[in-house]
Design a binder for this molecule. Structure first.
Ligand SMILES: Nc1ncnc2c1ncn2[C@@H]1O[C@H](COP(=O)(O)OP(=O)(O)O)[C@@H](O)[C@H]1O
Ligand SMILES: [Mg+2]
Length: 276
């Protein structure tokens, strides 16, 4: 189990448990949809990538390059065409359970309130509900959702629903977080707040995080390592360790180093014709 070291750690938050993270190996994984052979559609070139327990890794790449496909395969929700995903050294054979997932489109149950959607995590895992309720209340407060707890998904804005799905992914303090463009539906200010909340949470609990985004700033600001993917069918163009202390500034103007990392990624996208 990995524990937070002291760099930049926010003091004394009252969390349910420190789970540390779990390690992932993505070994030669690719995806071809539809017919096998030449008639299939190749969505992902073979990818090999190791993610250490407690590491925060972002995948950044253009729309359609296969980021969501990769995440679904890591979650065990889609089978790779070739290759294998290993979790803590064991081959993945079905959907992972000890994880928190935030999908690109929030997937909330319409017939449950926001709070009941979040508490569902504890119910299906048969966790002791006292700490889960407490953690849910903390998350609702830090995500600005207190007034929304009793509302149903169709009474909430897209940004609010996305924040509820973030709370749902975090409430059981999972050792692995898979996040697919989790901030996409948020307004700019909330997006910065939630990014900071995620960084704080990660510093406290060190879950392993696979964070998928098309935002270079978010990837550089949050990650230990950024995986840059090329256009469809995406493959890894460069792996960039981000060796900067945390917490990192939200505005890159304050940090020439952050800006340099971001420019290095933009240069790939320009060279690959993703940016003109
Ligand atoms: N179930 C599917 N069947 C056929 N094609 C798919 C399926 N899912 C995704 N694709 C295609 O695979 C490519 C990669 O998709 P996706 O992983 O969603 O990209 P990203 O998340 O990077 O935008 C896209 O061209 C998409 O249309
Ligand atoms: Mg996607």
């Amino acid at each position: 189990m990995l524990h937070a070291n002291s760099e930049g750690l926010a003091p004394g938050s009252d969390v349910v448990a420190v789970n540390g993270g779990i390690g992932i190996d993505i070994i030669g994984v690719d995806k071809i949809f539809g017919a096998s052979g030449a008639n299939g559609f190749r969505a992902l070139s073979p990818i090999s990538l190791g993610i250490n327990a407690g590491e925060f890794v972002s995948v950044v790449g253009p729309s359609g390059c296969g980021k969501s496909t990769l995440m679904l395969m890591v979650a065990g929700l889609m089978k790779p065409t070739n290759g294998q995903v290993k979790i803590e050294g064991s081959g993945l054979t079905g959907p992972l359970t000890e994880i928190g997932i935030v999908f690109q489109d929030h997937l909330l149950l319409d017939f449950r309130t926001a709070e009941a959607n979040v508490l569902l995590q504890g119910e299906i895992r048969k966790l002791s509900m006292g700490p889960v309720r407490k953690r849910a209340a903390e998350l609702f407060e830090s995500l600005g959702l207190q007034a929304s707890a009793d509302k149903y998904p169709n009474q909430l804005s897209g940004g609010m629903r996305q924040r509820v799905s973030l709370a749902r992914a975090l409430v059981h303090n999972p050792p692995l977080l898979l996040m697919d463009e989790p901030f996409g539906a948020l307004d700019a200010l909330t997006r910065l707040q939630v990014r900071r909340d995620l960084e704080t949470l990660w510093l406290q609990q060190r879950p392993t995080v696979l964070f998928i985004t098309h935002s270079v700033e978010e990837a550089v600001g949050l990650s230990d390592r950024v995986i840059v993917m090329g256009p469809s069918p995406g493959g890894v163009v460069e792996e960039i360790p981000i060796q900067l202390k945390r917490p990192r500034p939200l505005a890159f103007g304050e940090s020439p180093e952050l800006r340099d990392y971001a420019n290095r990624i933009y240069a790939h996208f320009e060279r690959l014709g993703v940016l003109h």
